[in-house]
Design a protein around this ligand. Structure first.
Ligand code: NAX
Length: 342
């Protein structure tokens, strides 16, 4: 896809709260740049159509020069026909008394048919980002129903976790977010995720680069203090930030999730320009993550494709954490397999 041609973007769950924060940023050019016209397709279930239609009216009223058209539908085949970018946001949340298996089955009933519809009608270059939880496994289900689409085009979002990690580090070190690089989120987008700063780099305003762990040691009073801070403060804060937002805001993260989805697709298509970020992508066996799982890795994007950053040394503590997160992903995969969803 050339970024000057128009792009068709399908957003599922478009009438929900992430949808409301996401649509306007896509339409305004934040995802593909100011020269790429966007055709939006908003997919909802019947109960969510009115809300999506309201957003479509407001999108008109913004008079965005980058917005070509907006269509609202509850028909998945129509929503995904010819789509270049599919943002699968709508999902079934865990209801009272719902077991993990019930949650997987309910989401399988959404992501299986959506995968099939993408397989049947999406553009040849379709790229899929799953935001709806459990995101990694929902992406696995959708990919399994799209045998004609290369599996590496199905990804899940851990960019919000990545951005949360950057923000916490910037606040702790009292430096601009842009000065921090090479932070990693490994594993599942869940409480077992592994925020990892061991390869992090801090770039000063004069261009001098230093390892993030050294900068943290200086700020916190020694490397023993850094280990305790990572263990007791940083990792739980990032991994449980979603719950913190719910507690303070009264509802789950929406604008920050939308911003992360914009970042993910923007970088996937336009490239990461020498830096890396985090995304849940198809494992090729790198870092001992079993092939075929969709797991978060350090990634960079070149020519419109994510590549896993290779050759990083992973310390024993981080590896043990990654193993726990991967075990959870394997359990989720085995569960959806036993339910016949993949
Ligand atoms: P909302 O409940 O506000 O909106 C979801 C929308 O999806 C609703 O309008 C609903 O009608 C629609 N929907 C349900 N089934 C659908 C289907 N089969 N086809 C089309 N639309 C359908 O939830 P919101 O706050 O927008 O969150 C959406 C999802 O994002 C949730 O699963 C949530 O857990 C997940 N999140 C993922 C994050 C990530 O980092 N990966 C972070 C934020 C968020 O928690």
């Amino acid at each position: 896809m050339s970024t000057q041609e128009s792009v068709t973007v399908t957003v599922t769950g478009a009438g929900g709260q992430i949808g409301y924060a996401l649509l306007f940023r896509i339409a305004s050019g934040a995802m593909f740049g100011p020269k790429t016209p966007v055709r939006l397709r908003l997919l909802e279930i019947p109960a969510g159509l009115k809300s999506a239609e309201g957003s479509a009216l407001e999108l008109q009223d913004c008079a965005f020069t980058t917005l070509d058209s907006v269509e609202v539908t509850d028909n998945a085949a129509h929503a995904f026909a010819g789509t270049n970018v599919a943002l699968l946001v709508g999902a079934r949340p865990r209801g009272p008394g719902m077991e993990r298996g019930d949650l997987m089955a309910a989401n399988g009933a959404i992501f299986g048919p959506q995968g099939s519809a993408i397989n049947a009608g999406a553009a040849d270059d379709v790229r899929v980002l799953v935001v709806g939880n459990p995101a990694n496994t929902n992406a696995l289900i959708a990919a399994a129903h799209a045998p004609d689409v290369p599996a590496e085009r199905f990804t899940a979002m851990t960019r919000l976790d990545h951005n949360r990690a950057l923000a916490q580090l910037a606040r702790t070190l009292d430096v601009p977010v842009a000065s921090i690089g090479n932070v990693i989120i490994w594993g599942n987008h869940s409480a077992t995720q592994v925020p990892d700063v061991s390869h992090g780099v801090l770039t000063a305003s004069d261009g001098t680069r230093r390892p993030l762990p050294d900068a943290l040691a200086e700020a916190l009073g020694g490397s023993a203090k850094v280990a305790a801070w990572l263990d007791e403060t940083f990792i739980p804060r990032v991994a449980k930030r979603g719950a913190e937002i719910i507690e303070v805001r009264g509802s789950s993260s929406a604008a920050s999730a939308a911003a992360a989805a914009v970042d993910h697709v923007h970088d996937w298509i336009l490239g990461t320009a020498g830096s890396w970020t985090s995304a849940a992508v198809l494992s090729d066996g790198s870092y001992g993550v079993p092939r075929g799982l969709i797991s978060s890795f350090p990634v960079h994007s070149r020519d419109g494709a994510w590549e896993i950053q290779q050759g990083l040394s992973v310390g024993a503590d981080v590896h043990a954490r990654i193993d726990r997160s991967i075990k959870e992903l394997e359990e989720e995969r085995d569960m959806v397999k036993s339910l016949g969803l993949i």
